[in-house]
Design a protein around this ligand. Structure first.
Ligand SMILES: C[S@@+](CC[C@H](N)C(=O)[O-])C[C@H]1O[C@@H](n2cnc3c(N)ncnc32)[C@H](O)[C@@H]1O
Length: 424
């Protein structure tokens, strides 16, 4: 029997990529909806406070609605906004960012600078994490349960798409593979690969997989287990790292280090962060490979980068020498421990670029005691950003500007660069 459909009017998009609607005293979060349209939806999940639904028929389409270019769209959960024109994706993200700052952060004065769009709305990712389920390789559907098998993905760099047939052959042989991560360097035209399995692969296994399936453009392969808090490396063969070039800087990046995924925006992102900055002493508390730390070093007397990831710190140290920059040092430390060890010192600038979870209360308290004159907060999650900025503002900071930089076209993720200054 056909499922009953509910006619809903979509007000706007909200974080997560859902269309928002109100009907019969209940809030509806609707998948694949566009702002200002009338649709018929099927209810997928009924909760106490809200229902989740998906579009089944479009009654009056939004002006921003378009045919999604990807043939897997609607099954694959990797993208949520492909059915919306790119300009409108940007406007919707701006609205969500400002609304989060107002509602969660209770921030009144928001100076939203012009958004930096991605120069290419497709083929922008140089990093990918494929999920594997049986003989299927692709991404989870919206509910994160089943792997949707794909043979190409339009947001990936074409060289990543070229690897898919080889990976599909490989998973036929090793049926224990759960995930395959690839990082492609457009600078070196080479890849690094992580294979996540439940049982161990030794070096000989990895060499065989590299020779038989991956090919010699894959310069390093590691075998990993998935732990609660991330991946744990068991073995590896080949080179552990590759190199990328961003403007005048060359960075070594290891298989286990973080790298910003949208390569079209690397240069612009760095320039936006370092623009108009000067300082005597700065801390970059989530420095990764030194992506912002090294360009920032040219704008001040001394900057200290720190990160919990030992591999990133070893890359950052190497990159310091590679780029001939000496007014910088790198330490492996959590943001909390680094802030604690610098209390009492005069630090005039702090850079924050935390993971999606944002900062914790201890880090906010230490920042409020350290009182740097300026803070640059780079965020990939408007909800945790709004929470943290709210707390920093209560601790004596003013939000000078917020700028969205669209690292993630077609997906709901929102990256922003926020500048704060001390008022007290
Ligand atoms: C979004 S990445 C940014 C890295 C770098 N700024 C870049 O743009 O390449 C976040 C970084 O925070 C690091 N990290 C995660 N938790 C941390 C913590 N509690 N303290 C310090 N660094 C942390 C991760 O290892 C990762 O390198």
């Amino acid at each position: 029997m056909d499922k009953e459909l509910l006619q809903l009017s979509i007000d706007k998009l909200v974080y997560g990529g859902y269309g928002l609607s109100f009907y019969g005293g209940k809030t509806y979060f609707v998948r694949y909806a566009a702002p200002k349209e009338l649709i018929k939806a099927e209810i997928l999940k009924e909760k106490k406070d809200y229902n989740e639904a998906t579009v089944r028929e479009i009654v009056l389409p939004s002006e921003s609605r378009r045919e999604p270019p990807c043939r897997y769209y609607g099954f694959c959960g990797g993208c949520q906004l492909q059915h919306i024109e790119y300009e409108s994706q940007l406007r919707a993200k701006e609205e969500i960012l400002v609304e989060s700052l107002r509602r969660i952060g209770k921030i009144k004065d928001i100076n939203l600078l012009d958004t930096i769009p991605s120069p290419n709305e497709f083929n922008y990712r140089v990093r990918v994490q494929f999920k594997v389920g049986g003989k299927k390789l692709g991404f989870f559907g919206w509910d994160n349960t089943e792997v949707v098998d794909i043979s190409e993905c339009p947001i990936l760099h074409p060289r990543l798409n070229e690897m898919i047939p080889k990976l599909k052959e490989m998973i036929k042989e090793v049926n224990d593979i759960r995930e395959i991560h690839l990082l492609y360097s457009p600078f070196r035209d080479e890849y690094l690969c992580k294979i996540v399995t439940t049982t161990s692969l030794n070096k000989n296994d990895l060499l065989r997989l590299k020779d038989n399936y991956l090919g010699n453009k894959v310069v390093g392969v590691g075998n990993y287990s998935r732990m609660r808090h991330g991946l744990n490396r068991r073995s590896s063969v080949g080179r552990d790292h590759t190199y990328i070039k961003v403007g005048e800087y060359t960075f070594r990046v290891s298989n286990d280090s973080f790298l910003q995924a949208n390569y079209h925006l690397w240069n612009n992102m760095i320039n936006t962060v370092v623009d108009n900055i000067s300082f005597k002493k700065a801390l970059d508390l989530h420095c990764g490979i030194g992506f912002f730390t090294l360009p920032l070093a040219k704008r001040g007397h001394f900057i200290e980068g720190s990160d919990v990831n030992a591999k990133s710190i070893s890359d950052a140290d190497y990159n310091k020498t590679l780029n001939g920059i000496d007014n910088v040092s790198f330490t492996r430390a959590s943001a909390y421990n680094q802030l604690k060890s610098r209390l009492g010192e005069i630090i005039d600038l702090v850079i924050l670029d935390p993971p999606r979870s944002g900062l914790d209360n201890g880090e906010i308290e230490l920042l409020s005691s350290l009182k740097p004159e300026s803070i640059i907060y780079i965020s990939c999650n408007p909800s945790t950003l709004a929470r943290d900025l709210g707390a920093l503002i209560r601790g004596g900071y003013r939000l000078i500007s917020t700028r969205l930089i669209d690292l993630f076209p077609q997906s709901y993720h929102i990256e922003s660069i926020n500048i704060l200054e001390l008022t007290k």
